[in-house]
Design a protein around this ligand. Structure first.
Ligand SMILES: *[C@@H]1O[C@H](CO)[C@@H](O)[C@H](O)[C@H]1NC(C)=O
Ligand SMILES: *[C@@H]1O[C@H](CO)[C@@H](O)[C@H](O)[C@H]1NC(C)=O
Ligand SMILES: *[C@@H]1O[C@H](CO)[C@@H](O)[C@H](O)[C@H]1NC(C)=O
Ligand SMILES: *[C@@H]1O[C@H](CO)[C@@H](O)[C@H](O)[C@H]1NC(C)=O
Length: 768
């Protein structure tokens, strides 16, 4: 979504005044809803207002009462009103990426609700590798959203989460995503969506709020060396599309039952995604059976007409997108051009009916047509339920669980407050507030900065060292002086939205400006251990710090949310044993020197020297890799149960029974109940209790250019010091051991699949 708003030349001062009168956020105290039978008893006779009818009948009843012009007002985000039927205007666009957000006109903060709980930016939450947490955060966010809805401050339709694959470290929006791995991204997508949407009682016909997985698909270039998302044509192979870019969306729809998918700005293989009938009607609605609506990114339809010149006329753009399966346009384009498209015969009224029916069905499931929400389930929620102590504690817990320990020399972390009497806290991010919450943010309940978090336990000396993260000239003297005095030094460095953001991709991976100089000089001058803390969305070129013996520990804290400083202190002082793992590879600078951001290929190409992308394919050197992360304890893994052989049942006349086959197609009959149990004994050999994520990877046989390694699943367990437990995985042979072939179909590779957990290896032979 762009945050820009357009100036409308025809918008008179008078109209603006009226809008302000109607939508004044501060005086807004009552929610918007349809079917207010108390105010208008005649409405109770309408089928669409009758909540004992099913959703499909109510939708049918409503659509039948609307004129074409009225229907068209429900094709855009500023929808309605239809006053004669008691339907108020509804604003579809709200956001809740990691907390209720003010980005999007549907949600506002006011004196009644001045802030909402601001969780870590998604990339850090993903680093927790904890599915329970993904869902728990979603649940808190939707409770706060409903509470704000009841006082007229929030909508019911939230265009979150962003589940695009973090394909390239330069991407400014990588921070919003769950990282580079399709399996982790899929689990995050379905977990967070379920947390947001699931109605109390679990009725699938009801939604607590409606989530939206975006941006479909292969969208991950914002603005790089003059290539912007409005013009970028992503050239994607069928194989990469199916085994990298699509899985999070598929899981979001199928496992998460999401109520919406948003198509992106970019083209995929020459076609704008919002006009691609194969991608929308074919896959999202046809194969995956979306129960909900497909929405365009904001002004996407306008972009494909005016900037991409995809159609000759605006009416064709309206018709092409609706016929491709688009239901709702963020923007005004479909409101302006759909009627003419119908008049010209490019589109039938029944096509418009289909689109608005999907939109209305979502509003019915949300209870929008059931009268005053304060009398319905969630009606008891209000300002008292936002920013509660337990919600804010979950924000702190999420940050603790995500923080990744990347380096820790003996005797460095955790610091003991009894022997460390003073801390030098240095760096442009050492005392930041808003930087901690990243983008698609809301107003948080409060902030605890790193300095404030650390100062709660020991006395601190503080020097920012640079005026801001751009650090055009480091001020070394003061920083070196306090580092030489204090018992330990914490450097909080990294990025913010001036370095990586929506519409802003990076050019290189180095820490900005003179940050490296500041770090090296401070490390050299320090009396005690030196802990480098990187606050950022994307990975940074910090080999210099990894190799510097004076820098005894390195932590990555993403953008850790409102309680980030408290969580950091919990980890540094050992109140929490770090358990986060990197959800993306940290590449050295040479990677971006060699690889254009616009090359979408995941797989390496030996002919051109292209190294490929992500831990699944990349062949070059890394600084850190996907899944890296240390603990204050060490954990040992042993196999407790794992088959060595699995054979796939095939029909007698199957060619693979007589010939040598490298892989077999998946058929339901082959795949039924083909599950394997992998059990691992995991032991905490350390002196400190802690959580540990078991990552189960597999290296498939080398057929079909398959990944060198891919994540089958993960489980996070808590183990007390010297305790052990059995961690159980169920491996679905067809789903988990299959690979996507060159033309995009899934096959089970025959031969030896090597399973990895830590340094443990186990070979599993798959035969027919
Ligand atoms: C609502 O629908 C139910 C089920 O068809 C019907 O029995 C009831 O009379 C309807 N209520 C009104 C007010 O029309
Ligand atoms: C740290 O930031 C907080 C919040 O902006 C501010 O109130 C405080 O004065 C800052 N502390 C120092 C030492 O600058
Ligand atoms: C490190 O500090 C020593 C003195 O403590 C100084 O002689 C040396 O030049 C410093 N090195 C760097 C790289 O700053
Ligand atoms: C996963 O997250 C939940 C929710 O915060 C937490 O209760 C649980 O302890 C976490 N699991 C582990 C193993 O840390």
């Amino acid at each position: 979504m762009p945050i820009h708003t357009r100036n409308r030349a025809n918008c008179s001062v008078f109209a603006l005044f009226l809008v302000l009168m109607i939508f004044n956020p501060v005086s807004a105290q009552s929610p918007v809803f349809a079917c207010d039978v108390n105010a208008n008893p005649a409405l109770s006779g309408y089928g669409f207002c009758n909540s004992s009818l099913d959703v499909a009948s109510r939708v049918g009843d409503l659509v039948k009462r609307l004129t074409l012009q009225e229907k068209i007002t429900f094709l855009v985000n500023k929808a309605g009103p239809v006053s004669r039927l008691g339907i108020p205007a509804y604003e579809w666009w709200s956001e809740a990426l990691h907390g209720v957000s003010y980005v999007g006109p549907g949600t506002k903060f006011s004196s009644a609700v001045p802030g909402a709980t601001s969780f870590p930016q998604v990339i850090l939450t993903a680093a927790s590798f904890n599915e329970t947490l993904f869902q728990a955060i979603g649940k808190v966010v939707s409770t706060e959203a409903r509470a704000m809805h009841n006082v007229g401050l929030a909508g019911l339709t939230f265009w979150s989460p962003n589940v695009n694959i973090f394909r390239d470290p330069r991407w400014g929006r990588g921070q919003e995503t769950p990282g580079e791995d399709p399996t982790l991204s899929s689990k995050y997508a379905s977990g967070y969506v379920q947390g947001l949407q699931q109605a109390d009682g679990g009725d699938p016909n009801r939604l607590k709020v409606a989530a939206c997985c975006k941006h479909y698909t292969a969208y991950d270039v914002d603005n790089w060396k003059g290539v912007d998302r409005y013009h970028f044509n992503a050239q994607v192979t069928k194989q990469d599309l199916d085994d990298t870019f699509q899985p999070p969306f598929k899981s979001c729809v199928i496992d998460g039952n999401v109520a919406s998918v948003m198509c992106s700005y970019n083209k995929v293989n020459g076609k704008p995604t919002c006009a691609d009938a194969d991608l929308l009607a074919g896959i999202v609605r046809g194969q995956w059976k979306l129960n909900g609506y497909i929405v365009s990114d904001c002004d996407s339809v306008d972009v494909l007409y005016n900037q991409q010149h995809y159609t000759k006329t605006p009416e064709e753009a309206a018709a092409d997108t609706i016929l491709a399966g688009l239901d709702l346009n963020c923007g005004s384009f479909l409101g302006q051009h759909t009627e003419a498209a119908v008049q010209k015969g490019l589109l039938k009224e029944s096509d418009v009916d289909k689109a608005v029916s999907n939109n209305f069905a979502t509003l019915f499931r949300l209870g929008f047509f059931d009268g005053d929400p304060r009398k319905l389930p969630y009606g008891g929620l209000g300002p008292k339920d936002v920013c509660t102590p337990s919600n804010q504690e979950l924000a702190r817990e999420a940050a603790r669980q995500g923080i990744v320990l990347l380096k820790n020399s003996a005797g460095s972390l955790p610091l003991s407050p009894s022997s460390i009497k003073s801390l030098a806290v240095i760096g442009p991010n050492a005392n930041v507030t808003k930087t901690m919450i990243g983008n698609y943010e809301g107003t948080p309940c409060k902030y605890t900065t790193p300095l404030q978090g650390l100062a709660a336990s020991v006395s601190t000396l503080y020097s920012p060292g640079c005026a801001n993260v751009k650090c055009s000239s480091a001020q070394l003297d003061d920083a070196k002086k306090i580092a030489a005095q204090a018992d330990a030094t914490i450097l909080v460095m990294g990025a913010d939205q001036s370095i990586e953001a929506e519409s802003l991709d990076r050019i290189d991976l180095h820490l900005p400006g003179q940050q490296e100089l500041l770090i090296t000089a401070v490390a050299n001058a320090s009396k005690g251990p030196v802990i480098l803390v990187i606050m950022s969305g994307g990975g940074m070129e910090i080999s210099f710090a990894n190799d510097n013996a004076k820098i005894t520990s390195i932590l990555w804290i993403g953008y850790p949310g409102e309680a980030g400083g408290a969580a950091l202190a919990d980890v540094i002082f050992g109140q929490y044993n770090p358990s986060g793992r990197l959800p993306m590879t940290w590449y050295p600078q040479e990677f971006v020197d060699k690889v254009p951001m616009t090359n979408m290929n995941m797989r390496p190409d030996p002919a051109t020297g292209y190294p490929g992308r992500s831990y699944r394919f990349y062949t070059g050197k890394t600084i850190y890799t996907f899944g890296d992360g240390l603990s204050y304890s060490t954990f040992a893994h042993n196999l407790a149960k794992a088959p060595k052989l699995v054979s796939i049942p095939l029909a007698e006349d199957h060619t693979c029974r007589s010939e040598q086959c490298k892989s077999v197609e998946l058929y339901e009959s082959n795949c039924k109940n083909l599950n394997l149990d992998i059990h691992l004994r995991v032991k905490n050999n350390g002196n400190m209790g802690g959580s540990h994520t078991v990552l189960l990877f597999s290296t498939p046989p080398s057929v079909h250019n398959s990944p060198k390694k891919h994540l089958l699943g993960f489980k996070k367990v808590y183990l007390g010091s010297q305790m052990e437990d059995i961690v159980k995985f169920k491996v679905d042979v067809c789903k988990d051991l299959s690979v996507v072939d060159e033309v995009g179909s899934r096959k089970v590779a025959l031969g030896s699949h090597v399973l990895h957990v830590g340094s443990l290896r186990h070979s599993l032979s798959v035969t027919v």
